[in-house]
Design a protein around this ligand. Sequence first.
Ligand SMILES: O=C(O)C(=O)C[C@]1(C(=O)O)C=C[C@@H](O)C=C1
Length: 306
Amino acid sequence: MSKLAYLGPRGTFCDAALRRLAPDAESLACANVGAALDAARDGTADGAVVPLENSVEGAITQTLDQLARGVPLLITGELLLPVEFSLLVRPGTESWQIKRIISHPAAITQCRGYVEREFPDADVVAWPSTAAAAQEVAAAGSPYDAAISPAVAAGYYGLAEFASGIGDRSDTVTRFVRVSRPGSLPQPTGADRTSLVVFLRDDHPGALMEMLSEFAVRGVNLSRIESRPTGDGIGHYFFHFDCEGHVADARVGEAIAALHRRCLDVRFLGSYPRADRGRPRIGPGMSESEFAEAASWLDRIRSGGA
Ligand SMILES: O=C(O)C(=O)C[C@]1(C(=O)O)C=C[C@@H](O)C=C1
């Protein structure tokens, strides 16, 4: 049975994502995303399940930065998980007693409207995860009164659901990915996504456009682009890309190879089935058979044929 690390403890959205992505896996709760990825890297676990982006909050930058550096890991699967928040309290807690609220920063931001409306004077404090917040509120003598958390954590930690559906939007989704140490890639399914990190060779006019054009001229649709600071001063960035298709597809493989030629470094983060099963629209001249035919035509003319 494989063991997967995740942002714990039991009851986080990450826990729910892991159970959906790998129902038979053993799970290893970690204190933060970095620790979960390190467990996958050093072999403590066979892989990890981590949040990558949220439909309201955008990128989970901690995950992006950790995947871009250090020992490489490959994304082997993704899941879109609807996220619904509840306010969890110790049983018997009344509204006027809720003065200190804790949760994961992403959860706090997604419930800002509710908290400002219902508890305008409360202190809101960031905690490592939603379920860690629930666990803290349940602990004897905790100075905190309420946790923004998935409802399921109430059962795990003996809390009561003071309010449910407290997110500012009811249709929020977080995209989670499963990562593993490099090995074999998931087979192409025709509905795949490829993730990459690109470090520029130098900063010059049009550098971003040159990268984008490698995808555009091969008819590869991008589904996400994110710039992240390298840390080497203001104005220095690297880029995360998600594109439609699998590295085994000629158009995707050639686009990535072109970036490898032109850029300082390209970190391949994996090709894996899309959670929404969406298939790319393949423009004229961009199909596998057309790439293959063009390659054999080139071979022919290079060897003197017509
Ligand atoms: O704290 C959790 O429950 C998590 O799984 C983390 C996380 C996140 O990193 O965005 C996941 C989904 C929600 O957006 C809030 C928190």
